[in-house]
Design a protein around this ligand. Structure first.
Ligand SMILES: NC(=O)c1ccc[n+]([C@@H]2O[C@H](COP(=O)([O-])OP(=O)(O)OC[C@H]3O[C@@H](n4cnc5c(N)ncnc54)[C@H](OP(=O)(O)O)[C@@H]3O)[C@@H](O)[C@H]2O)c1
Length: 365
C-alpha cells in the first residue's frame, strides 16, 4: 500500500529515509535480540541478532493474529537510526500514557512493525506492556522513564529494578529521565544510568522534556555513554522545539521522539484548523488526517513519533503514516495554515521557574 519496497518513494530515492523499508512481517531482523548472552560490559557494544520470526499464538487469539499478520503484509515501515548507535527504530512507535487497549493493540503494533513501545513508571502501563511483549521481547524496542523524584543515584537504580519487574524483562532498551529535576545535580542520575548500562540492565540512555542547556549538562555528566534520544512534545499544533532544540538534536545525532504527535487527539488539531486544511491535504494524499499529521512529524530529519492508540484500527492506521512522503507543497500548506504554538524563551523560563519551586517543595513528581 505505502512503499515501493526498495527504499524509494514514487521512484525518488530518499537516502535520509531509506535506512530500511520492510513489511510489518519482516521487521524482526531490525528490532532484534539483546538477550543476556549478548551483553557486553558496556551494554551498548552488543549488536542485536536477527531472531527467527516467532509464533504469535497465545494471549490474543491465534486466528485474529493470523488475520492481522496478513493485513500487515501490505504495510511498510521505514526506520531511523537511534542517535548514532547503528540501531534502527521504526519511525512510528506506540505510546502508552492513558492507554486502555489491553494486550491486543500493543500486539497489533508489534505485528505491524511499530515495535518501539514507550511507557513510564508513572503511566501505570508497564505491567500491560510486560504482558503484551511476553514471548515477543526480542521483537520489541522497549522504552520507559524514571520520575524526577527518583533521580538520586540509588533511587534511580531501585526505580529501574521496579520497572524491570513490572515489564517482566531483564533489560530496558531506552531508559529516559522523564523531566529535568532542577533540584538534584544531573551527575546523580547520570551515574545511576551508567551503572545500569554497565550492569546490562539498560542499553541506551535517553531524556525527555530537556531543553538544549539540560542536554549539554547531562551529556557532560556522562563518562563513556551518550544521550541518544530526547522525547519531547511535537505536532502540527505545538512546534516549540523548532525554536532551536530540534536543530540542536539533529546536529548532535540525538533522536527526537515526538510525543503527543496527534496533539493528544486529532480533534485538537482540527480545533486549530478552521479552514480544514488537514482534511483537504489528507484527501489530496489519499491518507487519513491522522496519517498526514504523523507523516508531517516524521518528515523532519531525526524525528520519530509515538502516537498512543488503544485500538487495533488506530494502530494500523498509524503504521500507515510511514512508508510514503508528503508532497512538499502540501507540507508547506499545513505549516502555514494550521495555527500552532511555539513557546518562547520567556514562557519556557517562567514554566521552569514554577517547576523548580514545586520540585523544591516536593510537590512536583
Ligand atoms: N515524555 C512525556 O512527558 C510525555 C508526555 C505525553 C505523552 N508522552 C508519550 O507520548 C505518547 C503519545 O502522546 P499522547 O498520548 O499525549 O497523544 P497522541 O498520541 O497525540 O494522541 C492520542 C489520541 O489520539 C487518538 N488516536 C490515535 N490514533 C488515532 C487515529 N489513527 N485516528 C484518530 N485518533 C487516533 C487516541 O485514541 P485511542 O486511544 O482511542 O486510540 C488518543 O485519543 C503517550 O502515550 C506517551 O507514551 C510522553
Amino acid at each position: 500500500m505505502n512503499g515501493c519496497g526498495s527504499g524509494c518513494w514514487m521512484g525518488i530515492c530518499e537516502p535520509s529515509l531509506a535506512l530500511s523499508i520492510v513489511s510489518g512481517s519482516q521487521t524482526d531482523a531490525l528490532v532484534s535480540d539483546y538477550s543476556s548472552k549478548n551483553k557486553s560490559s558496556t551494554g551498548q557494544k552488543a549488536r542485536w541478532q536477527a531472531p527467527a520470526v516467532e509464533s504469535c499464538a497465545g494471549g490474543s487469539s491465534a486466528p485474529a493474529m493470523a488475520r492481522l499478520r496478513e493485513k500487515a503484509k501490505h504495510l511498510s515501515m521505514l526506520f531511523r537510526e537511534l542517535g548514532k548507535t547503528g540501531i534502527r527504530l521504526p519511525e512510528i512507535g506506540i505510546g502508552t500514557w492513558n492507554y486502555r487497549g489491553g494486550v491486543e493493540a500493543l500486539r497489533a503494533a508489534i505485528e505491524c512493525g511499530a515495535r518501539l513501545i514507550d511507557t513510564a513508571e508513572s503511566y501505570g502501563t508497564e505491567e500491560i506492556v510486560g504482558e503484551a511483549i511476553k514471548g515477543r521481547r526480542h521483537q520489541v524496542f522497549l522504552a520507559t522513564k524514571v520520575l524526577p523524584r527518583n533521580f538520586r543515584r540509588r533511587d534511580l537504580i531501585v526505580a529501574a529494578e521496579r520497572s524491570l519487574r513490572r515489564l517482566g524483562t531483564d533489560h530496558i532498551d531506552l531508559y529516559q529521565l522523564h523531566w529535568p529535576n532542577l533540584t538534584i545535580p544531573i551527575e546523580d542520575p547520570m551515574r545511576g544510568m551508567e551503572e545500569l548500562v554497565d550492569a546490562g540492565k539498560v542499553r541506551f540512555i535517553g531524556v525527555s522534556n530537556f531543553i538544549v542547556r539540560d542536554l549539554i549538562e547531562a551529556q557532560a555528566a556522562l563518562g563513556k555513554q551518550r544521550i541518544v534520544a530526547n522525547q519531547v512534545r511535537y505536532s502540527l499544533v505545538d512546534r516549540t522545539i523548532e525554536g532551536g532544540l530540534l536543530q540542536y538534536c539533529q546536529k548532535n545525532g540525538i533522536t527526537v521522539i515526538a510525543y503527543s504527535p496527534l496533539a493528544s487527539g486529532v480533534r485538537n488539531i482540527r480545533a486549530a484548523d478552521p479552514e480544514r486544511v488537514l482534511r483537504r491535504v489528507a484527501q489530496a494524499s489519499a491518507k487519513s488526517e491522522a496519517q498526514v499529521a504523523l507523516n508531517w512529524c516524521i518528515s523532519k530529519e531525526n524525528v520519530i513519533a509515538i502516537p498512543k492508540a488503544s485500538t487495533v484500527a488506530h494502530v494500523m492506521e498509524n503504521v500507515g503514516a510511514s512508508g510514503w512522503k508528503l508532497q512538499p507543497e502540501l507540507a508547506h500548506v499545513l505549516e502555514k495554515r494550521i495555527r500552532y504554538r511555539r513557546r518562547g524563551a520567556l514562557e519556557m523560563g517562567a514554566r521552569r521557574a514554577v517547576r523548580w519551586g514545586m520540585q523544591k517543595l516536593g510537590r512536583w513528581q
